[in-house]
Write a protein that binds this ligand. Structure first.
Ligand code: ATP
Length: 372
């Protein structure tokens, strides 16, 4: 197959039953996933879950032990990295320090023998909002600017897929937030498939259309950021994306609802928000879905409520976080955005903690993925 033909492959990126062993260790375990052309797709997971190995196999830097990688329906599993229409942006940018920004961006074109690079380089510098920076050296740019040069340098090769390996890891928090939005804008503008690897759930939620949460070499759940957050399929996903209060319960079908017994209390959640019934399930409620009412004042009608004592309060700007000890000894976390309770409640205050049935969800106790 000619170089040009390989470069012309486009379409969905598919991993079909891909595994990678390092000796006895399984880094990636029978991974099957389709990444639609033009999507911004994030592989999200803790350190060691296999996301970088997955990315390196897509790039061609690592050969799968088993399985196939396809692009636009064509098997690219054994294609050399430079023969794949795929480029990678790394965390350390890997810019050439002795070349100016213009030449850094022009590098891929020059290597392919393209003569007239000026117009293309300038278009790329505009895309990443660095027009006028061409004569500088990398050391004369900020971290965020260097990252944008790295993006421009990758995009000028017109890859069909851009791989981003923790691309913002070296930046401070504020700059990282700006760059998240900036990279998302660039992806929308160029319309390419972006495959992004990160351990930062907020970053994945900000940037990606679809997130695959990885755990121990497998995809635990896949979906839009909102789907994963609102309806996690497993306790792992519930805890990995934001905070979640989880309590053991017994769940029985009851028409449109699932009736729950939680430490002797009778609660309910809609059946549509329950992926399990039985004597041993988890009830999950996000901290911002819990509300507090001072003891002795009535709680709203129809809520699931339990009494508790505040053990800690911390003001975190947009909200106040309360820890509340409930009768079975658990400390639940509550975020109140508008502290309309005549000033924040103090530790020791007796309260009711409650939530609307539609704000809970029920999971299998064994945490088995039931796919989103
Ligand atoms: P991180 O966020 O820390 O980079 P990760 O999710 O990207 O983590 P991988 O780098 O894909 O994880 O590694 C997955 C597992 O495979 C880890 O347990 C790692 O130690 C192991 N591993 C990765 N590369 C090799 C290698 N070349 N030889 C042996 N084991 C490896």
């Amino acid at each position: 197959r000619s170089k040009d033909r390989a470069g012309a492959i486009e379409g969905d990126l598919e991993l079909v039953d891909v595994s990678k062993q390092f000796g006895e260790h399984t880094a990636v375990d029978h991974l099957t996933v389709t990444i639609p052309q033009g999507s911004f797709f994030a592989l999200l997971g803790a350190s060691g879950c296999g996301k970088t190995t997955t990315l390196r196999m897509v790039a061609g830097l690592e050969e799968p032990t088993a399985g196939q990688i396809r692009l636009g329906g064509q098997d690219v599993t054994r294609l050399k990295p430079y023969r794949r229409p795929i480029n990678t942006v790394f965390q350390n940018y890997a810019l050439f320090p002795h070349l100016d920004i213009f030449e850094n961006v022009a590098f891929g074109l020059r290597r392919r023998g393209v003569k007239d690079v000026k117009a293309q380089v300038e278009r790329m510098l505009e895309l990443v909002e660095l027009a006028g920076y061409g004569a500088r050296r990398p050391a004369q740019l900020s971290g965020g600017q260097q990252q944008r040069v790295a993006l421009a340098r990758a995009l000028i090769n017109q890859p069909k897929v851009l791989l981003l390996d923790e691309p913002l890891g070296a930046l401070d928090l504020k700059l990282r937030r700006q760059m998240q939005i900036e990279i998302k804008r660039i992806q929308t503008e160029v319309g390419l498939t972006f495959l992004h690897v990160t351990h930062d759930q907020e970053e994945a939620m900000t940037m990606a259309d679809t997130i695959a949460v990885m755990n121990a070499g497998r995809i635990e759940q896949m979906g839009s950021p909102a789907e994963l957050y609102d309806r996690p399929a497993t306790t792992f996903v519930a805890n990995f994306l934001g905070q979640c209060n989880l309590v053991r319960a017994t769940a029985t079908p009851a028409g449109d609802d699932v009736a729950l017994t939680v430490e002797g209390r009778r609660w309910a959640v809609p059946a549509a928000r329950s992926s399990a019934t039985g004597t041993d399930v988890w009830l999950g409620v996000r901290p911002e879905k819990l509300r507090l009412t001072p003891a002795g004042t009535p709680v709203p009608e129809g809520v699931n409520a339990v009494e508790g004592v505040i053990t800690d309060t911390s003001f975190v700007g947009v909200s106040t976080q309360y820890l509340v000890r409930v009768p079975w000894g658990q400390e639940v976390s509550v975020f109140e955005q508008n502290v309309g309770l005549e000033g924040p409640l103090q530790p020791g205050a007796e309260v009711s903690v409650h939530f609307r049935p539609a704000h809970g969800f029920v999971l299998d106790a064994d945490g088995a993925a039931t796919a989103g």
